[in-house]
Ligand binder design. Sequence first.
Ligand SMILES: [Zn+2]
Length: 357
Amino acid sequence: MLVYANRVSLPARYYVYVALQACKRQDPENKLGYKMAIAYITHHDCQLHDMGPGHPEQPARLSAINNRMIASGLEVVMQQYDAPLAKRGQLEAVHDPDYIDRIFTSTPAQGLAWIDADTAMNRCSLDAALRAAGAVVLGVDLVMQGKAKQVFCAVRPPGHHAERRRAMGFCLFNNIAVGAYHAINHYGLERVAIVDFDVHHGNGTEDIVAGDERILFCSTFQHPFYPYTGSGSRATNVVNTPLAAGSNGTDFRQAVTSQWLPRLEQFAPELMLISAGFDAHQADDMAGLNLVDSDYAWVTRKLCEQADMSAQSRIVSSLEGGYELHALARSVEAHINAFLGDDLFERSQAVLTALDS
Ligand SMILES: [Zn+2]
């Protein structure tokens, strides 16, 4: 800790202190050490998936997040895990065998193989995609086995546009759906919530889970906007919350409060999964919503409150979009920081603001 404290800033050192106190509180007997509460899963393979120069879904996204975890001090208080490769059977719970075969056989010897207009594979993409899905599976294992309370999967490619039989929108396998069905099939859970605050509608997740009442899927998204879905769903287990271009944090919070939270409370999930996309940030020019870092902290706290009530605090969050690297890294920090708890979160924010000014 002393070595660490000497190479990080004063705010980060205070942050570490606050986070350690939060870990103590979440695990009062400290049976598993300070790092018990929050797990962080990533893998170097996820940075080797590269769709070419200028593609917004780029390896630097993970570098930016990983660097922010170190600079903020959060790295010290999280358990670190390497993402395993998802197993074929885990993928088959959400994707057709023929589709999985197609992805497994599309790896090019060199260069890029384009799977759809904006989604390509290089020679490392298959392993990256298997680790992205495998990360969520491991996250589910950790929270279900009491080895962590909350998990963040810093992985790519993202997954929420991948449908049962189709890759699209930078996504190959639907990582969050793979995790949801692992929780259902392996642990026998009867109610799993998937919430998705990416700026794009999670069409792939809806395609996979619509009509399965064991899953409640809530999605906010800019509409009309890519992938131009989400306005006509009739599935009773899907809560689609379109937001007009230009909507800000106030609009987002009102929509979540009026549409997501009552359904989540009624559903009482045993596990909360988050498709955590940060491309609705006002600094992100991928789309036209105007969220800021604190909106991500707010929605995360609301989801924590629900998870505390019905899910033994179990949350597994997995990275989806977010393309402006600074806003992405800060927003992920705000998201994970919010796992620490209301009082400590607010205290640390107040102190950090004072130290920064
Ligand atoms: Zn997105």
